[in-house]
Design a protein around this ligand. Structure first.
Ligand code: 4AD
Ligand code: MG
Length: 477
């Protein structure tokens, strides 16, 4: 007999039948009630044991974490909180979990402790809920693009370019670190390296996606990206997943429309398809917030916040307008910002982004037309000669969640920009080719997937929304 999932059993009303179910013990109360879970849902199925009918040694193996196969009758539940339960006839212990040493006990564990147990933390309700939401969001992303005529494009992971030009790349090499081959000038001779040139893990699939958009029209990537920025924050990972759509013939306004519609759609998908997990995470968050001072508590509960963001238009504001708002803001005048806003052209820090979103506009904000100096080389230069067609989406509690732009499609302007920034043409000859042959307006953006999961689950630290986080000094598991 194929064993059904807990989720299937809990939604059936076909009682008085014999069922077999596999799962892990969440709790075993009063030598009578086993709460069994198999990962299919946040809810457990209650298995009721008449201990007189069972071997004492066997029941001793029924502990939190033990894997069981339970056979019994599915009956309408006597207790509250569930519609059905299993009257147990037989228990087979696949494997037990000694309570003396098994780290995940039915009590509150700190997030820090659980991070050290990343291989087991998924057995807690919180992490199981987060990872189911993560899975649903991935599906929603593919579904959105596939239903809207986009082609899924696989960008390479090993590249020779640093698309963002920030220099924060991980080198990929097979050279011996202790005695690499040297050139006559005494530099490392990458010609002798595996790829015959210097290579690194990609920081973004954008440049390659542009090549594909210039033939397939609408493409998107969804893959891992890597950044060696040494920022130990609750928003940064060294390995994270990014979604990057790229669309031929789209200008910046089209790009903002796409990004907004896309973000709202995937959040709606989670609201409709992750009802139980979101309800659980909302409750968890409310409890966590009770321990915080009033001023730090969020104004909306999780589900309300998700509904708000998925149904209200994002506020679109130019960098220059945002700059004026920030310059004249109370925290700036009272010198409360760590980075004061005085001169036009200043890069916005997360404290500024969050002020705009959380205090000033109180809704998601799309900032556009940033100073050229603080943005990447490939963004399209505006008529004013000093701003570029960039856009960042800022979310409450997160700050920047999306970064994108209209790309510079004019060969001469792009070449000039690269010259100024010292980017050799030989390195990006193929990228320049896209401007030589059939060039056209095009735009795209990148969504940091973990920042989306962070927002959707209401979690506070990005390390808790990716299965095995990679951060400075940490690549265990
Ligand atoms: O703003 P970024 O650097 O933009 C790009 O990489 C463009 N090439 C995207 C494009 O236009 N196709 O990164 C995009 C998003 C950020 O808005 C943020 O959400 C996320 O990626 N991100 C990170 N997420 C986690 N950890 C990090 N270290 C991140 N760096 C960026
Ligand atoms: Mg950015």
């Amino acid at each position: 007999m194929k064993a059904p999932s807990v989720k299937e059993l809990l939604s059936t009303n076909a009682t008085s039948q014999e069922v077999v179910i596999n799962g892990w013990v969440k709790t075993f109360r009063s030598n009578r009630f086993i709460a069994l879970n198999d990962g299919s849902t946040i809810h457990n199925i209650q298995c009721v044991v008449d201990f007189e009918n069972f071997d004492e040694q066997l029941l001793k193996q029924v502990n939190t974490g033990s894997a069981l196969k339970v056979t019994g009758n599915l009956i309408p539940s006597q207790g509250r909180g569930q519609s059905v339960e299993i009257q147990v006839k037989e228990i087979f212990v696949h494997g037990d979990a000694d309570p003396e040493v098994y780290p995940i006990q039915p009590k509150k564990h700190s997030m820090e402790f659980l991070r050290e147990q990343a291989h087991l933390r998924i057995r807690t309700n919180t992490f199981a809920a987060i990872m189911r939401v993560r899975s649903a969001l991935s599906f929603a992303i593919h579904q959105y693009f596939q239903q809207n005529g986009f082609h899924y494009f696989h960008a390479p992971i090993v590249t020779g370019s640093d698309a963002e030009g920030a220099g924060e790349t991980f080198r990929v090499t097979t050279l011996d670190a202790t005695k690499p081959p040297l050139t006559e000038e005494g530099d490392v001779n990458y010609k002798e390296d595996f790829f015959g040139k210097e290579t690194n893990l990609t920081v973004s699939g954008q440049l390659e996606a542009e090549a594909y958009a210039m033939a397939l029209g609408k493409v998107y990537t969804f893959g891992p990206t890597f950044r060696a920025e040494n920022s130990n924050t609750t928003r940064h990972l060294a390995e994270f997943w990014m979604i990057e759509p790229e669309v031929a013939f789209n200008d910046l306004n089209d790009n903002m429309d796409l990004a907004e519609d896309f973000m709202q759609n995937v959040i709606k998908y989670a609201l409709e398809n992750c009802v139980d997990d979101l309800a659980f995470l909302e409750k968890r968050l409310l409890e966590e917030e009770k321990t915080k001072p009033q001023a730090e508590r969020s104004e909306m509960a999780l589900i309300e916040k998700l509904k708000f963001v998925s149904s209200n238009t994002f506020k679109r504001v130019s960098y220059t307008e945002a700059f004026e708002i920030l310059r004249n803001s109370k925290p700036n005048k009272k010198k409360k910002f760590k980075y004061p806003i005085n001169e036009w052209g200043a890069d916005l820090q997360s404290e500024h982004e969050r002020f705009l979103v959380e205090k000033h506009f109180k809704c998601p904000v799309i900032l556009f037309d940033y100073p050229a100096k603080i943005k990447a080389f490939y963004m399209r230069l505006n008529e004013d000669g000093k701003t570029v067609r960039a856009m960042d989406i800022l979310f409450p509690g997160i700050g920047e969640i999306v970064g994108g732009s209209q790309r510079e499609e004019r060969l001469d302007v792009l070449k000039e920009k690269m010259k100024v920034l010292g980017i050799p043409e030989e390195e990006l000859w193929w990228y320049l080719d896209l401007r030589k042959f059939g060039t056209a307006e095009h735009s795209g953006f990148g969504l940091g997937f973990e920042r989306l999961v962070l927002f959707a689950t209401g979690m506070g630290n990005i390390r808790d929304v990716i299965p095995f986080p990679r951060t400075p000094q940490n690549a265990e598991f």
